[in-house]
Design a protein around this ligand. Structure first.
Ligand SMILES: C[S@@+](CC[C@H](N)C(=O)[O-])C[C@H]1O[C@@H](n2cnc3c(N)ncnc32)[C@H](O)[C@@H]1O
Length: 247
């Protein structure tokens, strides 16, 4: 789908809703192009919502096409990259082959969460909606302990477990619906899962700090009992650091 820059925010909001697992965005000569791999039904839904959608059949083997796009990401001292690239000297390296789970570290929401995590004192942490496990692995490498990673998608859980093993970090990965299942009692949560579920997680999480993202700059989670300490924005996306003040 290609839209004028003035309509990009509206289009991104629709894409987030229809493709929460992620989509690509690129500049297309004055227009913004948004693309997702999907089955035809979702393409038709997009067409009915936004009116201008191009469908391109993809060749067999598209599931592995991400390999061509998986480039190392640098956030502060962190280097996040695939096993076929060499980390920078002196970087805190996280090797990540994400398979089909969201989270190569390259998405703006993931990078913004990492920036906010880098500013925190290490504590116990739960990564809510861990996808590939990128945020949990980074937290573990930054001396957060214990680190628990949750996802309700079994495929993501398997990928996150494999990534934790490859990196030799102590991260417990659980298959849990974070809106219904138990959340660990730790100091800090990170949740890159969209604004509405972030607010529901905030209501259920008993810790003090919440790093959250998965929504656009026009949105701002405001769960009762929490106050905003920091906000980062990049490429139309936002991330917040919320604190629940001691009573
Ligand atoms: C946008 S991805 C974020 C992945 C990774 N944390 C990152 O920042 O790159 C959101 C992940 O949250 C998971 N998720 C969404 N709703 C969830 C829920 N209610 N409980 C557990 N996981 C959930 C999805 O399966 C997906 O893997």
């Amino acid at each position: 789908m290609q839209v004028p820059a003035a309509r990009a925010e509206e289009a991104r909001a629709t894409m987030v809703e229809l493709f929460p697992e992620g989509f690509e965005e690129r500049d297309a000569g004055g227009l913004v192009e948004l693309a997702a791999y999907t089955e035809r039904a979702s393409a038709r839904e997009l067409l009915s919502r936004l009116g201008r959608v191009a469908e391109t059949p993809v060749a067999a083997g598209w599931e592995d096409a991400w390999r061509r796009f998986h480039r190392p990401v640098h956030v502060g001292p962190l280097w996040i990259g695939p096993s076929w690239e060499a980390p920078d000297d002196g970087a805190i390296a996280i090797v990540l082959d994400p398979g089909r789970a969201f989270g190569t570290g390259a998405h703006p929401t993931t990078r913004l969460c990492l920036e906010l995590l880098l500013d925190l004192e290490p504590s116990g942490l739960v990564d809510v909606g861990c996808g590939s496990g990128v945020l949990a692995l980074a937290a573990a490498r930054l001396d957060f302990h214990p680190v628990v990673a949750l996802d309700d998608d079994e495929a993501a859980v398997e990928v996150a477990r494999a990534n934790a093993a490859v990196n030799g970090v102590d991260v417990e990965v659980q298959c849990v619906d974070a809106l219904a299942g138990p959340l660990p009692r730790v100091e800090t949560a990170v949740a890159n899962i969209a604004r509405a579920p972030v607010e529901r997680v905030a209501e259920r999480f008993e810790g003090r700090l919440l790093v959250c993202s998965g929504y656009l700059t026009a949105e701002r989670p405001a769960p009762a009992g929490w106050q905003a300490l920091d906000r980062r924005e990049a490429e139309g996306w936002a991330a917040d650091l919320l604190e629940r003040p001691a009573t």
